[in-house]
Design a protein around this ligand. Sequence first.
Ligand code: ADP
Length: 395
Amino acid sequence: MGEVNLEHVSKRYDDVTAVDDMNLEIEDGEFVTLVGPSGCGKSTTLETIAGLTIPTEGTISIADRDVTTLPPKDRGIAMVFQNIALFPHMDVYDNISFGLRLRSYEKKEVDRRVDRAAEIVQLEGMLDRMPDEMSGGQRQRVAIARAIVREPEVFLMDEPLANLDAKLRVHMRTELQRLHKELDATIVYVTHDQAEAMTMSDRVAVINKGELQQFAPPLTCYNEPTNLFVAGFIGSPSMNFVEGTVDSDGLQTEDFHVQFDTGQLDGIATDDRLTLGVRPEDVYLTDDADDVVAPTESISAKTDVLEPMGDEIFVYILTGGATSEGMDAEADDSHQLLMSVDPDKDIDSDQDVDVVLDREHLHLFDTETGDAIAHGLEFASVGTGPTGTEAEGDD
Ligand code: ADP
């Protein structure tokens, strides 16, 4: 079957380490997405699975067979690339069946496979069309059908939707999910688009600088990111990060305090530097926070830029009396939070507001290493007043 295993796979080019000690156990029938910023090593990882690149170190097995040095044709894989290379002088039938005919499959078998593939990608009735008579999405479906007729154990797809316009991309995402269900095959899919990764995958492998950061279901990466990189990369718009110092009953940032039971944080001591992470949807105007079970202390802020999205408004707020004038975006990140507000909310820029954070959805990271320390913070233990002055230390 289509299990794919990467064990300690590294790929180095002179002084560039494209893939660094990658371990991935992909199950049969899984839809796994390799995601990360440009140049992080996604394509190189995929190419080692495909056999287009031989790893410098490590082993790769497909269906329990060591394929590390086998040529692509002997691996039971089929690839779909970003650039849809169809033969312009061949119709859809000939394009889809080209590989099979090259391998001298019987006409009956070729027809059976082409018909099935055309049905799966919904190209029935178009088999005699020429590529220049088709839309970008249809051409990409021909490319996928060409992979399907090979009946591989594993599909490898490298940004197959990257050249399509935004609307078609979203449509093709659903098509690929349907395809995955119908084929019941393993799909390893490369994208730099975290939304694509989130919506389609059973599990997401988040990669940065050649190193695997987290390999987990999309919602686990979203709710329990393993480090600052994953927290910032998964989710759009990104999580807010504010640095602070641990005190006896929580975290003191430059502009506000967040009270919680510091006793829950193993190996953390007063005066340690931590980074607080909060997603825009977990910042609430105090007036709208009735349903928040465990709000933090109120934070005074001023609204800055508003971005109405239709179904929500993204509002940048400035804390600690910061102003946007002469603001250095990088340096003053710690005085800015992005929040999501209901679209019918009467809100303006330059307005004084009080906000709270949803303590149950706050994240803490070690500022130095970036490693996650906690997801969801608990109130200080019983006996602690609302101001937290009696909170116990974290010894
Ligand atoms: P991604 O797919 O995430 O954009 P790649 O896997 O294409 O990243 O590349 C990872 C790193 O390896 C990049 O720094 C890239 O420049 C480098 N790289 C990839 N292929 C080669 C090559 N053939 N020769 C030298 N460097 C390469």
